[in-house]
Design a protein around this ligand. Structure first.
Ligand SMILES: [Zn+2]
Length: 191
């Protein structure tokens, strides 16, 4: 496949994701009660059943609050709104298409897997940035839902989740900015 065609397919995938995500976002907001707020950035706060956040293509930020008030979760989502680039997210998601262009090469599946793990690793760093922000603002750490019971689950979550593993998000070292995630990854599997 020539380079121009690859670039075009990639950009089409990015455009598709941006439009699809934006439509879902607009549909979600329509059904909810939202109020304007300001805390470092301007955003709309909406009542929902879970904590999440996004920015629509026209630049409006939305923060959704779950049924039970959770201060860490609130500031975690606010951290996403302050730091994350939601457009970059679609570029990142579409990057898993690249290995398809390499299909004639026998190791295409391996490269797909590696690229997927890298993509998730970048996201994990964004999630940590949101956790650090929430910790700075509230002094509260993430409250885990289900801790990893064995190393296999731990490794699986390290590689394939967008968030760092639950047990890692509760550790003191995780909230020290200067310690890179890769160090926590190695240490958690070896000890
Ligand atoms: Zn998050």
């Amino acid at each position: 496949m020539d380079l121009g065609l690859i670039a075009l397919t990639y950009l089409l995938a990015v455009t598709f994701l941006l439009i699809r995500n934006n439509l879902i976002a607009e549909e979600t907001v329509k059904e909810l009660e939202c109020h304007k707020k300001f805390n470092l950035v301007g955003y709309y706060e909406c009542k929902s059943n879970d904590y999440f956040s996004f920015t629509t293509l026209d630049g409006k930020r939305f923060l959704f609050i779950g049924d039970e008030y959770n201060q860490h979760a609130y500031f975690h989502e606010l951290g996403h709104l302050v730091f994350d680039d939601f457009i970059a997210d679609s570029f990142l998601d579409a990057s898993i298409l690249f290995p398809i262009f390499l299909l004639p090469i026998p190791w295409a599946l391996v490269s797909a897997l590696v690229l997927y793990i890298i993509m998730k690793w970048i996201k994990k760093n964004w999630e940590r940035r949101a956790d650090l922000f929430a910790y700075e603002m509230t002094g509260q750490k993430y409250k885990p839902i289900q801790l990893e019971k064995d190393k296999i689950t731990l490794l699986y979550r390290w590689l394939f989740w967008s968030h760092p593993p639950e047990i890692i998000r509760t550790k003191d070292e995780y909230y020290k900015k200067e310690i890179p995630l890769i160090k926590l990854f190695i240490k958690s599997l070896l000890t």
